[in-house]
Write a protein that binds this ligand. Structure first.
Ligand code: GDP
Ligand code: ZN
Length: 291
């Protein structure tokens, strides 16, 4: 039996990467139900039935599930922004962090185009996110800064990139492993298969081990499934303080005796983070009644 990862699903075939072998597989008949839930990223065991052909015999338990694109077992999201051109929006950084947190994925922040950076503004942003526990990587495809560390962080993991178009996601990936490029929003729109590219993501194997999802991860417009009461849990520094609020149901908005608002006053919680929290809370309230 070979152990592998489903890297692509197409026309009833599942392409399973097992070490250096790429097998085109069918699913064993008795897996009637699983067949419909099997997805890219799933780890499987399969038997060889011919030259580069196999039969999926067992689907191993799933560790995580990313939606849009739908990929199982993603380990981490590299939230990628450019130091300049386009400028960083901390609101968008925070929204993408919330999406990663709410999917229980670990996140790291990659600030690319460091060669174009205004170092003062940049160190302010790095400080904000490093202080609340997110690894921050400063990279430049142009000068090579940070590339070795990025490469290191991808080894043996399944990684999705996320971030605005133009940040350099495709360029970064191509620098990590020449020949690999992401199917970006613009490209998929141009060739008129935007929906398909998000529905049928593929995993790209890295030569050092590990995989990258070929379409950028979630976009920041998909908060509808998040309960407003859970939003605070997606901000590590807010989650850590919520126990000190007078009301256990405190949403840290208009409630009195709120430990989070106190911490914003004393600057123990960064104002931009709290403002992102409130902006997202408002979005969630707009889509859900009763809050
Ligand atoms: P994506 O939309 O996030 O995939 O971004 P791309 O990889 O397509 O990059 C957008 C543009 O930024 C391209 O013109 C790249 O050549 C450029 N670019 C990417 N990385 C860097 C970098 O580190 N420094 C500079 N100066 N330009 C970069
Ligand atoms: Zn509170």
């Amino acid at each position: 039996m070979l152990h592998g990862v489903v890297v692509k699903a197409y026309n009833g075939f599942y392409y399973v990467q097992s070490e250096k072998l790429l097998l085109s597989c069918k699913v064993r008949g008795r897996f009637k139900k699983e067949r419909f839930t099997l997805m890219v990223g799933d780890e499987v065991r399969c038997s060889l039935t011919g030259h580069n052909e196999g039969l999926i015999e067992e689907i191993l338990p799933r560790r995580s599930l990313l939606r849009r694109p739908t990929v199982a077992n993603v380990d981490q999201v590299v939230i990628t922004f450019a130091a300049a051109n386009p400028d960083i929006s901390t609101t968008l950084v925070d929204k993408l962090l919330v999406l990663a947190e709410s999917s229980h994925l670990s996140a790291l922040l990659c600030i690319n185009k460091s060669d174009l950076a205004d170092s003062e503004e940049l160190s302010r942003i790095i400080t904000i996110y490093a202080a609340i526990g997110y690894p921050v990587l400063l990279t430049s495809v142009k000068t090579g800064q940070g590339m070795a560390e990025l490469r290191q962080r991808l080894i043996g993991r399944v990684t999705a990139f996320a971030g605005p178009s133009g940040a350099g996601k495709s360029s970064l990936l191509n620098a990590v492993e020449p020949g690999l490029t992401l199917v970006t929003g613009e490209v998929s729109a141009k060739i008129g298969r935007g929906r398909h590219t998000t529905r049928y993501a593929q995993l790209l194997p890295l030569s050092g081990g590990g995989f990258v999802v070929d379409t950028p991860g979630f976009s920041a417009t998909e908060f509808t499934e998040l309960d407003p009461a859970c939003l605070g849990l997606c901000f590590p520094e807010i989650a850590g303080l919520a126990g000190g609020c007078k009301f256990s149901t405190c949403l840290h908005d208009r409630e009195p005796q709120c430990a989070v608002k106190d911490a914003v006053q004393t600057r123990d919680v960064e104002l931009s983070r709290y403002e992102s929290y409130k902006a997202i809370l408002q979005e969630l309230r707009d889509t859900k009644k009763g809050y």
